[in-house]
Design a protein around this ligand. Structure first.
Ligand code: PHE
Length: 358
């Protein structure tokens, strides 16, 4: 063993000071102070020394051990601090950077129109009801007085599914009217519901999309009559289009599930390819309606001798196109962000209920 603890100390302290990583420092600690380390080795030699020498060398080795351990500890702290500083610098957040601009989302005109229609009819006392998009032909047709051989089934361009439900063909509902049936099966009159929802028909052009939206309305109680139907829909058209004295016309029509049936037209002018809703000598069809056919009430177990009601159904896309000047129905579902930025509504400037109901 060396007789010069001071020289060893200097050597170790230099190595310690030169260590630039915690790993290197740990290696030095193990080499010198570890169980098989150099200083530990010197300590083991003490046993074979004579007492005098053991005392001096022992003291010197203990001092060496303490100093080396302290130096390694101190270097370790310095390196850990430097390491933390380096990581903090690397991760530094520059709080002076300007924030990334956030593009606010837009409310789709379909959602906006549904909200407006629901707000107007909700104020009249209609509650929202829902039903499945996948129906069977009983709910979509038969219960609504459209038996299997009825020509109206052809007009609906139905998407049929491969499955069967109790012997009935499964299909994508072609209108929201089946929710009338579900509601009347589950609820006793008085009933006042509106049904916003998706509907499907195999059709595709500038005014048709295979998936579109309707809002159905149904009111059933003991005394509801045609006057209520007319009052409700005239009021609705005027509130929705924001024209107080908008002309509204009920034109006789036919639906298997209503009797009598009517189509509702609103007054408009067509000038130079432009359509303006309001006054004028032209008419524009916007919805179908009628008094609920007693057969439909009976199909749902409702006594048609006691109860009567009215129903209506309208296309949401059509309402939105007319009010917001959107020319092609297919653009609603193309998910073009530029289109949405143009026709969509910011959550803050959603038009109010255009005068609402007085
Ligand atoms: N279901 C009809 C359609 O899709 C609309 C309608 C509903 C008509 C309720 C009258 C009563 O064309």
């Amino acid at each position: 063993m060396t007789d010069d603890p001071e020289a060893i100390k200097t050597e170790i302290l230099e190595a310690t000071a030169a260590a630039t990583t915690l790993d290197r420092l740990e290696a030095i600690r193990v080499e010198e102070l570890g169980k098989k380390g150099r200083i530990t080795g010197f300590m083991k030699e003490l046993g074979s020394m004579d007492p005098e020498r053991r005392k001096t060398v022992g003291l010197a080795l203990n001092a060496l051990k303490t100093d080396v351990a302290a130096a390694i500890e101190e270097r370790k702290r310095d390196l850990a601090d430097a390491d933390l500083d380096a990581r903090l610098m690397a991760d530094a957040v520059d709080v002076t950077l300007p924030a990334r601009p956030e593009k606010p989302g837009r409310v789709h005109p379909i959602s906006q129109t549904i909200d407006e229609v629901v707000a107007i009819l909700g104020e009249m006392g209609f509650a929202i009801a829902e039903g499945p998009d996948i129906e069977d032909d009983w709910y979509n047709f038969t219960a609504l007085n459209i038996p299997p051989e009825h020509p109206a089934r052809q007009e609906h361009d139905t998407f049929y599914l491969p499955g069967q439900n109790d012997g009935h063909r499964m299909l994508l509902r072609t209108h929201t009217s089946p929710v009338q049936i579900h509601t009347m099966q589950q609820q006793k009159p008085p009933i006042r519901i509106i049904v916003p929802g998706r509907t499907y028909r195999c059709d595709y052009d500038a005014t048709h999309s295979p998936m579109f939206h309707q809002i159905e309305g149904l009111a059933v109680d003991e005394s509801t009559h045609m006057g209520h139907l007319k009052g409700c829909l005239i009021e609705f058209c005027r509130a929705y289009f924001g024209v107080e004295d908008l002309p509204v016309r009920f034109r006789p029509s036919y639906f298997p599930f209503t009797e009598p049936s009517a189509e509702v037209d609103i007054g408009c002018i067509r000038e130079g390819g432009e359509l303006r809703i309001g006054h004028g000598d032209d008419w524009l069809e916007i919805l179908g309606c009628g008094m609920v056919n007693p057969k439909v009430l009976e199909n749902c177990g409702i006594d048609s001798g006691k109860y009567q009601g009215f129903a209506f159904g309208m296309g949401i896309e059509r309402l939105a196109m007319l009010k917001y000047g959107i020319a092609d129905l297919r653009t609603f579902f193309e998910s073009d962000l530029r289109w949405l930025r143009h026709y969509g509504f910011s959550a803050l400037d959603v038009p109010s209920m255009v005068g609402g109901l007085n």
